[in-house]
Write a protein that binds this ligand. Sequence first.
Ligand code: KG4
Ligand code: ZN
Length: 352
Amino acid sequence: MSYEKEALRRIEEYKTKEKPLILAIESSCDETAAAVIEGGREVLSNSVFTQIPIHKQYGGVVPEIASRSHVEKISGVVNDALESAGKALQDMDAIAVTCGPGLVGALLVGLNYAKGLAFSASLPLIGVDHIAGHIAANYITHKALEPPFVCLVASGGHSHIVKVMDYDRFEVLGKTRDDAAGEAFDKVARALGLGYPGGPLLESLAKDGNPNAYTFKSALNDNNSFEFSFSGIKTAVVNVMHNAKQKGEEIVLADIAASFQHSVVNTLTKKSVHAAKECGMENLALAGGVSANTVLRNSLEKAALKEGLNFYCPSMKYCTDNAAMIGCAGHYSLMKGHFSPLSLNADPSLGF
Ligand code: KG4
Ligand code: ZN
């Protein structure tokens, strides 16, 4: 039987199984990740090789080095995910893989590996949007959560407020006009002399700082749109540091970090809660790498509760890039009968 026919047969079989198994692969940026997911939301294994120590010395992700590292690690990471789950490739019912957005060279490594496995084991392939994956991380942590809800997606490349109408239907209500929230954290962290990735290091430094020491404002904070702009606030931080240096004034870096974080969290919180209320939603969720920020999680939770909204965020290990979330999103696509041909290509600027 041809690959296509067998894959189609197995998709139909997938939909009828009580606990179908997915092998998921993610390689969009600087994490090589693989996971085995059962029935959409049960994580049997979640293997992640992070390249952070490799890119740290350059102060950010070097795309070419990222691709090469993915090539070196992908086979070991996938085998580890299968072994940790106590499964073999032949036990799988489908393969899910991130096909965009991300670094094209990095995406291609995971995608081609997934295609090879799918073809060799006659398994259906499903390409997954990385952002849909981040949103799906919430389903893994909150087993009863179902669409519709509003989700703030804040990562290194995205600051989107998304109306999640169904598992595979999204409407972007607003996004950043320039820098993403995580990108702003990373850039400010660099200006403060912290390492890479800046987000967690800045959060850690901010713990000892006064969040009201400086008044930094995100540009679109005061209007009612769901658009963000974080490029100006980054420049404001750099200017404060520059001026202080010129005047020979001493600055407390922790105060700068805390004041910057306070402002960004404030804007993200205000706009997301407003969006959920305006859409008449009962549920507000958070996703993306910046969802690992405890100040943001707490702020959103408090504001949501005050407005009578239920608040959801993924447990810490599913906040930053991982393959479990890709498997979960892939499951819901397959359940609707969607699948990808082996000609699927990586799309670095994929978006909904
Ligand atoms: O989702 P992710 O792992 O990769 C992308 O899809 O971009 O997000 C990475 C981003 C980085 O910008 C990183 O600095 C940020 O998430 N991040 C944080 C925290 N942990 C990760 N930002 C603020 N506070 C954190 N604790
Ligand atoms: Zn991500």
